[in-house]
Write a new protein. Structure first.
Length: 111
């Protein structure tokens, strides 16, 4: 099986946020999770464009929920990380850990 390509930082964060949120993850929740845990502001347009790209790559699957009155009759689009997406997250994590290892400037805990 071919190795997954290393994810971009935004792809990595969105997949991690979707995993943290769980089965009912939708774009706004995923964006809020990134902002709350990573302190990074993300534009919803960028979130949805990236989630679409991740779906094309097979790293997430989406499904549409039922329309709700509080959303003006619109339905939410839910995202779930696939096994391939989880593999890509793990491989990207491994690549970052390898890069961090033995960097003298990062030792000692002081910036």
């Amino acid at each position: 099986m071919a190795a997954a390509r290393t994810l971009t930082d935004l792809e990595f964060m969105l997949l991690l946020a979707a995993l943290r949120v769980g089965e009912q993850a939708y774009g706004v929740q995923i964006a809020r999770e990134v902002e709350a845990t990573a302190g990074r502001t993300v534009l919803l347009g960028a979130v949805y464009a990236t989630l679409d790209r991740l779906e094309t790559m097979g790293y997430v699957r989406s499904s549409v929920g039922d329309p709700t009155p509080e959303r003006g009759g619109r339905a939410k689009r839910y995202f779930r990380v696939t096994p391939a997406g989880l593999r890509a997250v793990k491989e990207t994590q491994s690549a970052f850990v390898s890069l961090w290892r033995d960097v003298p400037q990062l030792k000692g805990g002081r910036a």
